[in-house]
Design a protein around this ligand. Structure first.
Ligand SMILES: O=C(O)C[C@H](Nc1ncnc2c1ncn2[C@@H]1O[C@H](COP(=O)(O)O)[C@@H](O)[C@H]1O)C(=O)O
Length: 485
């Protein structure tokens, strides 16, 4: 490692490498955002979960009395073992690291770490029961499943849910705010701002429901998933039942059939779902960014904050831009994990060991993005007058309304309703048509009274179909107000 005196460094420059300065942003400037995941997905949390699994397996084997002479340990001994998990902190992290430096095997180090604590609990005789019949993956897969489950359930999901609820509130508040649509970026049939936001809420809710229903699978079945060591050591035990009850007792779903490794298919499913949620949120961010850019949303300036270092007038949409970037980075990792974790050569290769160490990083970038979207949304105001002015400049979007009413009239037998589409195309395609010209056109069509009245009362702002009602679908199905012109 280069030091301050390293001659390869430019003269006089101190090396920062010898300090504990983070290389990555999640452990540096964004540390606070990522912090809630540390308790579940850091290396220390993985090790604590490994100790938890080893301790619970030890207790399970004693409770099931799987070997001759084996009996449940005392309540005090049981509490003492569980206290090893609960008390895992800075000193224990260092102690475990020291053991691993010798074993050069992370799970073996955990086994020895626990073994060292047994004499003080009067359990020295049971040292061979720690990690009994286990391969490392028996411990690893369960430790990861617990960490990932808790991170998703207790950290990522509540944060994602709060952001979706913020969008839901904005959708409801703007259910009736008319807005020009822009298919292909061109003026199109109007909608309401709330309805467009509700589409995102509906999409994100679906992904959250999938993620909420995710199974977290686990296995404990030995070096090649055959229970060979278990059976040769204790032939009369119902090992499938011992295994199933242990895994389900941890709150996981038992995987009955594996190689050495839990196949990780559930992880691939989860990461694909979270990545899809992220993609939808990314779409939301770029839409909001674009609405800000055309003035539909005003950003509330934060007192004391600077937009541009040179252009004093600016309030930049940086929260949505940060979210975009972090969603992309999260998905780069999530996609890689989902694509690669499902493959392991023959009965195992160790690539998953290294890959899974990045699950927290992937979720961390997603969490950071969510926090930025939440912040960005709190700083938005809807510019109703800009939305209204835009609608008023685009009366030609009523061409669709007129030609569709003419078709209905033709079917009802009203004469003179021929070629409606073509006539409206001639009137509107590629040019501006103002209110007066449209009203005049409608007045000359010879429509029935009801149809003409409906069209003459129509404005771009009121040509929104069922958008108000649909916007409220984000709150849940409604029997709310019907379409009224
Ligand atoms: O129960 C077993 O151990 C079974 C054994 N395979 C292994 N299974 C699980 N872990 C193993 C295995 N081999 C090594 N290691 C240890 O994994 C750690 C890999 O470190 P890193 O690359 O940083 O993720 C690092 O600590 C390695 O020592 C087999 O041969 O089938």
């Amino acid at each position: 490692m280069p030091s301050a005196a390293d001659p390869t460094l430019p003269s006089g420059r101190r090396s920062l490498a010898a300090t504990d300065i983070a290389l990555g942003p999640l452990d540096g400037r964004y540390r606070v955002d990522a912090a809630p995941l540390v308790d579940h997905l850091s290396e220390a949390a993985l090790n604590r979960n490994r100790i938890h699994v080893e301790v619970e397996w030890f207790l399970h084997l004693t409770e099931r009395a799987v070997l001759p002479g084996l009996a449940p340990v005392s309540a005090e001994q049981r509490d003492g073992l569980r206290a090893v998990v609960a008390g895992f902190g800075t000193e224990e992290i260092a102690e475990l690291a020291a053991i691993e430096r010798e074993t050069v095997h992370d799970v073996k180090a955990v086994e020895y770490f626990i073994g060292h604590r047994l004499p003080a609990l009067g359990l020295a005789d049971l040292t061979p029961l720690v990690h009994f019949a286990c391969t490392s993956e028996d411990i690893n897969n369960l430790a990861y499943a617990l960490g990932i489950r808790d991170a998703v359930r207790d950290v990522w999901t509540p944060t994602a849910q709060r952001v979706v609820d913020q969008v839901r509130e904005l959708a409801t508040a703007n259910a009736e705010t008319p807005m020009l649509s822009r298919t292909h970026g061109q003026p199109a049939t109007p909608t309401t701002l709330g309805k467009e936001l509700a589409v995102f809420v509906h999409r994100l809710d679906r992904q959250l429901a999938r993620i909420g229903g995710q199974e977290y699978l686990g296995k404990i079945n030995g070096a090649t998933g055959t229970y060979a060591a278990h059976v040769v050591a204790a032939p009369d035990v119902d090992w499938l039942d011992v295994s199933r009850s242990f895994v389900t007792g941890l709150g996981l779903t038992w995987n009955p059939l594996t190689t050495q490794i839990e196949s990780h298919d559930w992880q691939a499913e989860l990461y694909s779902d979270v990545a899809r949620f992220n993609r939808i949120l990314h779409n939301f961010c770029t839409d909001v960014w674009s609405y800000i850019s055309i003035g539909y949303f005003k950003q509330i300036p934060v007192a004391g904050a600077t937009g541009s270092s040179t252009m004093p007038h600016k309030v930049n949409p940086i929260r949505f831009e940060n979210a975009e970037a972090n969603l992309e980075i999260a998905n780069g990792l999530l996609d890689t994990l989902a694509a690669t974790l499902v493959t392991s050569r023959w009965q195992r290769d160790l690539t998953d060991s290294s890959s899974q160490r990045n699950v927290g990083v992937a979720l961390g970038h997603g969490l950071l993005a969510l926090n930025n979207v939440a912040k960005g949304l709190r700083q938005l105001d809807v510019a109703g007058s800009v939305l209204a002015a835009d609608l008023d400049h685009n009366w030609e979007v009523l061409g669709e309304a007129i030609q569709t009413v003419m078709r209905a009239e033709a079917i009802a037998g009203v004469p003179g309703m021929d070629n409606p589409y073509e006539r409206l195309k001639e009137l509107t395609r590629g040019h501006r048509v103002d209110e007066a010209r449209l009203r005049e056109f409608v007045g000359e069509l010879g429509l029935s009274d009801g149809a003409e009245g409906r069209l003459q009362r129509l404005t771009p702002a009121s040509y929104i179909g069922l958008a108000k009602r649909l916007a409220r679908e984000a709150e849940g199905p409604t029997s709310g107000p019907e379409y009224v012109v």
